[in-house]
Design a protein around this ligand. Structure first.
Ligand code: GLY
Length: 370
């Protein structure tokens, strides 16, 4: 069964379709968007080996021909060189304003392909076919596209909404457990930021979902996407509420920078640890009851996820250095660090006047626990 979450942005509304087997049915879903039976697919080597032939076959079922560019896999791909390569390739393939670019992959491919589509001929439409849990619940929805700069992650980009998102639950079966759980960090984030009932549901169903229950996986993706869609419709360009989606991310970005954006820490793992730290900070500031951070950590630990700084292999810099890395976060406003904190599980808010000494102490203590 396919579920649909509609994202009703005026003039740029689109569907996120969620279900098993959507890659095989891609042609039927994409056909109404195109003016000629040809699309350009951007993907990476790992995803191409697993899913490109299936996508091409699914498109061929609707007589849609696909040409594909296969980029290297990994965060390092989100750079100017690959963006330029992708855009020049799309031009050489004569992709026109009325054509559609298909992003087949995780967050890296979705962000790069979306940005390439945003700037190609001043904007062509694109379809997201997210193949990681993280991309299905977060990066494929909401129109944030871009690449990394040597100065930081995602510092170059554009808001460009997809024309359609096809979240095929069956492709999640090909993820390693580590990648699946990293994506699950973003799922937990939704419960923590805005829906305690969803967090309760995850506490009950998380283990079966991680074991592979497709119905539970589809439900977790649907609820996450619905929450994201609601927030994006309220605040597309992150002037306010959309920042709530960054719960755990200020800590995460510092930890990712400190670990060199390497395999030591995946983005979703950093989000999970960052959420635990954000709840710890909230409790220290007297904003939420002390039981809340313990409950957050218990769920993450119970799922076998990275939860504490001690779970990150190798050395980390001290608390001051981590705080300095937070200062590089692009969400700094007027020189003040902005944090997403919480009054309880499911009640996050944007805090702009956080005492950095409290954050330093939380980090120092978390580092001592290593
Ligand atoms: N990943 C956060 C956002 O889309 O706003």
């Amino acid at each position: 069964m396919t579920e649909t979450v509609h994202v009703p942005l005026e003039g740029r509304a689109y569907d996120v379709r969620i279900g098993a087997g959507l890659v095989a049915e891609a042609g039927r879903h994409i056909a109404p968007l195109i003016h000629r039976r040809r699309v350009a697919v951007l993907t990476d080597q790992n995803v191409a080996a697993l899913h490109l032939e299936a996508l091409k076959a699914g498109l061929a079922m609707a007589d849609i021909e696909a040409t594909a560019l296969v980029l290297p896999a990994g965060e390092g791909t989100k750079n100017w060189a690959n963006l330029s390569h992708a855009v020049e390739w799309l031009l050489s393939e004569k992709i026109e304003r009325r054509d559609v670019v298909v992003a087949l992959g995780g967050g890296v491919i979705g962000d790069l392909a979306g940005f390439a589509a945003a700037i190609l001929r001043r904007g062509v439409r694109f379809v997201q076919v997210p193949t990681s849990l993280l991309a299905q619940v977060d990066s494929s929805v909401g129109g944030k596209t871009g690449i990394n700069s040597p100065s930081g992650k995602n510092l170059i980009g554009a808001f460009h909404q997809p024309a359609l998102v096809l979240a095929d639950i069956s492709v999640l079966d090909t993820l390693t457990r580590r990648d699946f759980l990293a994506g699950y960090g973003e799922v937990v984030k939704y419960g923590l930021l805005g829906d305690v009932d969803f967090f309760d549901w995850l506490e009950r169903n998380g283990p079966a979902l991680a074991e592979g229950d497709a119905g539970l996986r589809a439900e977790a993706v649907r609820r996450s996407v619905q929450m994201k869609a609601d927030i994006v419709v309220r605040d597309e360009t992150e002037q306010g509420d959309r920042a709530l989606l960054n719960l755990g991310h200020t800590f995460c970005h510092a930890l990712e920078a400190a670990t060199g954006y390497s395999d030591r820490l995946l983005h979703g793992e950093g989000v999970a640890i960052g959420c635990a730290l954000a709840f710890e900070t909230s409790a220290r500031l007297g904003l939420c009851p002390q039981e809340e951070p313990s409950r957050v950590r218990a769920h993450l630990k119970g799922m076998g996820m990275k939860t504490d700084l001690a779970d990150i292999p190798g050395t980390l810099p001290d608390a001051d250095a981590l705080l300095a890395l937070m200062g590089q976060d692009k969400k700094v406003l007027d020189g003040k660090l902005r944090f997403i904190l919480a009054r309880a599980i499911g009640r996050a808010f944007v805090a702009t006047d956080v005492d950095t000494d409290v954050v330093r102490n939380v980090l120092a203590e978390a580092l001592r626990g290593r």
